[in-house]
Design a protein around this ligand. Structure first.
Ligand code: CAA
Length: 298
C-alpha cells in the first residue's frame, strides 16, 4: 500500500516552452510551484514567458491584473536541483535525452523524500526505463502535456508496469485539478496521441514529397476539410521538425513499422536547420506576417 500524499507543492525541472507552460497551469490551479533551470538566464527567460502569456491574457480581457499577480506570486525559481526536496510532486521537463533525464532523476532521488512522486513529460521515451533507474519506480509516472500547455486541454497520464495504482490515481486526479482532461495510457512508445499523430504528420510530408499537393493545399485540405485548427505542415512547424524527427526515430526503432519512419524530406530539413517556427523557417517562412510557404523544398 502506498503512502497517501496530498500534493500541495509542485516542482518543475526545466523551464523551456513546455516547462514554463506546465509551471503556469500548476500555479493557475492554486499550487505553490518551484521551477528549476540550469542557470539564471534560462530561469529568467522561462519565467518571463509566463509573465508575457498572462499579460497577453490581461490584454485580451481573459485574465484580471489581480489574477495575474496571484498566479505569479505562487511561482518561485531556483537553479538548485536540491531544492526540489521541498516538493510533493516533481515534473521533469528537460531535454528529450534518456541520459540527461537519468542524471536528473538520480539527483532528484537523493534530494527528495521517499514519498515524493516523480513524473516525466517525455513524449516518446520509455517511462518504465526511466522509473527503473530510480529508487522509487512505484511512484513514477508519465505526465505528457501538449503545446501550448495553457490552452490545450489534454494530459496523458502514463503508467508503467511498476507504477503503484494508488499513485497513478493520485496523479490522474492532479491532472484533472489543473482543469485538464486526463487520458489514461500505458507505456507504449508514443502513448495514445503520438501513436496516431506522428504517422499522420509523416504522411503529410510524404504527400508533399510525392507531389500530391502544395504546402498550402495539404494544409488547407486538412484544416478546412477535416476541421483541424492547423494543417499538418503548419503543425509540424509549430511542434518543431527536429522534435518530430527525434520522436519518429524513437517510434521507428521501437516498432520497426514504415508508418513511423521519418521521410527523407524531414531528415534533409532537419539537416538544413529548417526546424520550423523556432528557427524562423520550416515549411513556412516566419520572417513576415502572414508566413509564406517556402519554395524549392522538394
Ligand atoms: N491568456 C488567456 N487566454 C488566451 C491567451 C492568453 N495569453 N492566448 C489565447 N487565449 C485564448 C483565446 O482568447 C481563445 O479563447 P476563446 O476560444 O475563448 O476565444 C483561445 O485561447 C485560442 O486562442 P487564439 O484565438 O489566440 O488562437 P487560435 O484559435 O488560433 O488557437 C491554438 C491557437 C490553440 C494553438 C490552435 O491553433 C491549436 O489548437 N493548434 C493545434 C495545436 C496542437 O495540435 N498542439 C499539440 C501539438 S503535439 C504536442 O504538443 C505533443 C507532442 O509530443 C509532439
Amino acid at each position: 500500500m502506498s503512502t497517501p500524499l496530498k500534493v500541495s507543492r509542485v516542482g518543475v525541472v526545466g523551464c523551456g516552452l513546455m516547462g514554463s507552460g506546465i509551471a503556469q497551469v500548476c500555479a493557475e490551479a492554486g499550487y505553490q510551484v518551484l521551477v528549476r533551470e540550469v542557470d539564471e538566464g534560462f530561469l529568467k527567460k522561462g519565467l518571463g514567458n509566463i509573465e508575457r502569456f498572462l499579460a497577453k491574457g490581461v490584454e485580451k480581457g481573459k485574465v484580471t491584473p489581480e489574477r495575474k499577480a496571484e498566479v505569479l506570486g505562487r511561482l518561485k525559481g531556483t537553479t538548485d536541483l536540491g531544492r526540489m526536496g521541498e516538493c510533493d510532486l516533481v515534473v521533469e521537463v528537460v531535454t528529450e535525452s534518456l541520459d540527461v533525464k537519468r542524471q536528473v532523476f538520480q539527483a532528484l532521488d537523493a534530494a527528495c523524500r521517499p514519498e515524493t512522486i516523480f513524473a516525466s513529460n517525455t513524449s516518446s521515451l520509455s517511462i518504465t526505463e526511466m522509473a527503473a533507474t530510480t529508487k522509487r519506480p512505484s511512484r513514477f509516472v508519465g505526465l505528457h502535456f501538449f503545446n501550448p500547455v495553457p490552452l490545450m486541454k489534454l494530459v496523458e497520464v502514463v503508467r508503467s508496469p511498476l507504477t503503484d495504482p494508488a499513485v497513478y490515481e493520485e496523479v490522474a486526479a492532479f491532472a484533472a485539478s489543473l482543469g485538464k482532461t486526463p487520458v489514461r495510457a500505458s507505456d507504449k512508445t508514443g502513448f495514445v496521441v503520438n501513436r496516431l499523430l506522428v504517422p499522420y504528420l509523416l504522411d503529410a510530408i510524404r504527400a508533399l514529397e510525392e507531389g500530391a499537393g502544395s504546402i498550402v493545399d495539404i494544409d488547407e485540405g486538412m484544416r478546412l476539410g477535416c476541421g483541424h485548427p492547423m494543417g499538418p505542415l503548419t503543425l509540424l512547424d509549430f511542434v518543431g521538425l527536429d522534435t518530430t524527427y527525434s520522436i519518429a526515430n524513437i517510434m521507428f526503432d521501437e516498432f520497426r513499422e514504415k508508418r513511423f519512419a521519418p521521410p527523407p524530406l524531414l531528415k534533409r530539413m532537419v539537416q538544413a536547420g529548417l526546424y520550423g517556427r523556432k528557427t524562423g523557417r520550416g515549411f513556412y517562412d516566419y520572417s513576415q506576417e502572414p508566413p509564406r510557404p517556402v519554395a524549392g523544398l522538394v
